[in-house]
Design a protein around this ligand. Structure first.
Ligand SMILES: [Zn+2]
Length: 253
């Protein structure tokens, strides 16, 4: 066999990197199945789709019918009007092994005028209690409210939190990571996020797209993985599988 053809065989036999999207909203795509199949063929092996409203939760749960797709359910700060349905969350989690966390839930500065900080905190804590009872992680939404969110995280030392769309400082990331929480990095790499990637151990990091809200599709994790690979001097293939491993361990998948 010539050298060229043996190289070609090796390349085609090589498996795709095992990538994952720690946070998106598949149910918001017009044709989610097409998206799932396309990104799967590109190497996205695991997707966590997060609800946040009663309707969003139903959609997210529906997506768990697809291979490699897992869901979280919760009432986010925009949907506090749905707070009387918080009690449903426990039953939803218990009835489907692919619902692996509570979220996205948290605090949002955009809704302070409408709902106030105390009510947002109250709804956030109520749902963390459910996660604690079920021993599953929380997917945290913290737009403009990192300081207040971190305070609440400290109140629940037994609960694991994934900080979705992380927008805090390196110091906050280090503190959270030190407590065993996960820092989820979206495609838009601000200078703070670049610092977090540089200084945080890779075992504390996952990547997400928040698509279609922020990114185009779960494939957008590739850009972030490439950046991490260069910054850490680890091959793309290894970075992808390490980060997917982080996600699996964290969510007990
Ligand atoms: Zn989201």
């Amino acid at each position: 066999m010539s050298q060229l053809s043996s190289t070609m065989i090796k390349e085609t036999a090589m498996e795709l990197p095992e990538m994952s999207d720690a946070h998106c909203h598949l149910e918001l795509f017009k044709h989610p199945l097409e998206i799932i199949e396309r990104v799967r063929s590109e190497g996205i092996r695991m997707i966590i789709t997060s609800g946040g409203t009663v309707e969003g939760n139903m959609g997210a749960v529906e997506m768990t019918g697809y291979d490699g797709v897992f869901a979280t359910v919760g009432i986010d700060p925009s949907a506090i009007g749905d707070a009387d349905r918080i009690e449903d969350l426990e039953m939803q989690v218990r009835s489907n092994p692919k619902i692996i966390g509570i979220g996205e839930i948290g605090l949002d500065s955009k809704y302070i005028d409408r709902y106030g900080l105390d009510l947002q905190r109250d709804i956030f804590r109520k749902q963390i209690n459910i996660a604690e009872e079920l021993d599953i992680p929380v997917v945290v939404h913290a737009r403009g409210m990192m300081k207040h969110v971190v305070e609440i995280v400290h109140e629940f030392p037994r609960v694991r939190f994934m900080m979705h769309f992380f927008d805090g400082t390196l110091e906050e990331a280090q503190k959270l990571a030190g407590m065993g929480h996960l820092i989820s990095i979206p495609p838009r790499l601000s200078s703070n996020r670049k610092k977090v990637i540089k200084h945080l151990d890779i075992s504390n990091i996952v990547v997400e797209t928040d698509s279609p809200v922020a990114g185009n599709s779960p494939s957008d994790v590739k850009e972030t993985l490439e950046f991490i690979s260069k910054m850490k001097g680890i091959s793309f293939y290894d970075v992808a599988s390490m980060i997917t491993g982080n996600l699996k361990r964290f969510f007990y998948i």
